[in-house]
Write a protein of this length. Sequence first.
Length: 317
Amino acid sequence: MNRAATRTATATASWTVWGCAAELTVTDPGSIERAEQIVRAELAKVDAACSRFRPDSELTMLAHSGGRPTPISATLHTFVDAALSAARLTDGAVDPTVGSALVNLGYDRDFDALALSPSQRTAAAVGTATFLTRADWTLVRLDDDRITVPEGLVLDLGATAKALAADRCARAVHDELGTGVLVSLGGDIATRGEYPDSGWRIRVCDGDSEPATVVEIGSDSGVATSSTLRRRWLHEGQLLHHILDPELSRPAEPYWRTVTVIAASCLTANTVSTASIVRGSQATAWLAHLGLPVRAVSADGTVTRCGGWPEDEEDRS
């Protein structure tokens, strides 16, 4: 999902972070340099706390806590709390304790490293997991400054951390600089403050051959797409994707190819889109109950819109 061109003066910076494209756009072109510094600093702080692939991150160290209560930083507390809230909202469809299952399925290093040779993979891996119990977010205890994760469970915040980071980056830029801002982290999009005359124009697509459209959003919004077509790897001869069904500890059945959601925050949008992938055909009634704007593409390419999804514009790109 990429930001389309706007009709008013803006400034944009882009780079790569966490194996995905980061894009920052501001409505005050003179603030772009400082805005990028703010975003990069926030992302570095999040990475140090929440990365499953850094041996020195707080999250990695939790995997060696032996189930004991462990002091954590305010940053990690915020991100774990958001992940547990997402699990609560989705009745466990989005579960941050699927980390050990992901490791056992071969996703035990940064995604770019999954394409390395076997010998290189061994060097790049942070560690291994023995799956002692199925994913169950209710087993995690989060207090004011401590967390207890039962031995055998590995936290993975991938379903919520990138989206929450986008929200936090957009808020930090707007709070300090006052400019309107759009932050996109691998297609997880958050906006704050004023927006261009035409709104923020978002191109929704998940591949060259996939159905595409352009929608306009305003301020204080989040857009996220979850997909079974992205972040796929081979493990023991099987092609897997990264969205797991916590009940099965396996990738969710690809009833949906992509689900895109618009919400008041990127965190909410990504929580709902990920849960929809996991719920499959049962997501339709749940989405109708939530009432959020949703665009879903099924396995056969059929596009379903609900919840007041904005009228699609023709994609001429």
